[in-house]
Design a protein around this ligand. Structure first.
Ligand code: GYE
Length: 327
């Protein structure tokens, strides 16, 4: 009799322990820190551009302001480093993981590992192409196809009365990244409607100034007749400006330039007449990201897609806003 009673108690106790353990794991709250603060592991792409620098600062500043404990890791534009960082965040049992995926493909395995460890993931800035959208809670960032379309729309208007062919060279962002894929697509779709627009060369400049310069030098050598440069970011456009000047041509006049981002150096070149049009892409994702982190940590449901609000700038508009530009 006594034996049977104690077996029941033991079973009951075991059940209680199990429930507690599950409760701790299922509520999404890891044990990264016990000071009551949310711990956020963030894997950044790198420091390849002015945009990225402003983005990193926005994330670090707003984590501090929100009282969120940030573990920040720089992947130096390498996917393998991001995968390592995410695995290390899982091991450290952070509460939430956020990251800006350098390329779109190849994330399913590591995202599955985070899901199995009950650590919610938030994508910032760039998308992944995983068909399983349950691998992340939300994706906050720009609509890059739309940005490419805005660049194309400007070009179509600018050359509305032109009848001769318009020779375009394109500096693409990092190969396989969402902004490179989508900015190319949006732009390409708009200009395809008019056969006078011809993309005579298109190559990656990896979103950096140095590569932008190098690739533009090669473009100038093999294409004597370039009318327009479309660069997927300001930094590559700024590098290309050096190449164009080095070849004895006038950027903004001999070769019209369209870029994306609208960081300070880009806006300055636009105001100076060296760039003709910039499509804005905001790097200030920090405050919205921290809001999402808090909500996800509290188990609240969030919108699966949060799109950043952005505009475009002409040379005159750049002159007007430059003094108040934050980045
Ligand atoms: O446009 C570029 C940066 O992913 C939107 O990455 C971001 C892009 C940005 O290197 O400058």
């Amino acid at each position: 009799m006594i034996r049977r009673w104690s077996a029941a108690v033991v079973a009951g106790l075991l059940a209680a322990v199990t429930v507690t353990a599950c409760g701790g794991g299922d509520d999404g709250a890891g044990s990264g820190s016990d000071d009551g603060k949310i711990t956020l592991g963030f894997s950044q792409v790198g420091a390849e551009s002015g945009w990225r620098t402003a983005n990193t600062k926005s994330i670090q500043d707003s984590a501090k302001e929100a009282g969120i404990d940030l573990k920040f890791s720089d992947a130096q534009q390498k996917q393998e480093n991001q995968i390592k960082a995410i695995r290390s965040f899982i091991q450290q049992k952070v509460d939430i993981i956020a990251f800006s995926p350098v390329v779109e493909s190849g994330w399913d395995t590591v995202l599955k590992e985070a899901k199995d460890a009950n650590i919610p993931v938030i994508l910032t800035d760039r998308a992944v192409d995983s068909p399983d959208t349950s691998l992340y809670k939300t994706f906050i960032g720009s609509d890059f196809v739309e940005e490419g379309k805005k660049a194309g729309d400007w070009l179509v208007k600018e050359y509305a009365s032109a009848t001769d062919p318009v020779n375009i060279v394109e500096l693409q962002g990092t190969t396989g990244s969402a902004p490179a894929n989508d900015r190319k697509k949006g732009f390409g779709d708009v200009i395809a409607a008019e056969p006078k627009f011809k993309v005579v060369a298109s190559q990656t400049g990896d979103f950096t100034r140095a590569k932008g310069k190098e690739v533009m030098e090669a473009f100038l050598k093999s294409n004597p007749d370039i009318d327009v440069l479309y660069a997927h970011n300001d930094d590559m456009g700024l590098g290309a400006i050096e190449a164009i000047e080095g070849a004895g041509k006038k950027p903004g006049t001999d070769i019209k330039i369209i870029t994306v981002d609208a960081v300070r150096d880009g806006m300055q070149a636009l105001a100076d007449g060296k760039i003709n049009f910039i499509v804005e892409c905001s790097p200030l994702l920090g405050p919205q990201l921290m809001e999402l982190v808090k909500k996800v940590n509290a188990g609240e449901t969030v919108e699966p897609r949060v799109i950043t609000k952005e505009t475009t700038f002409t040379q005159e508009q750049a002159k007007a806003v430059l003094p108040e530009r934050q980045y």
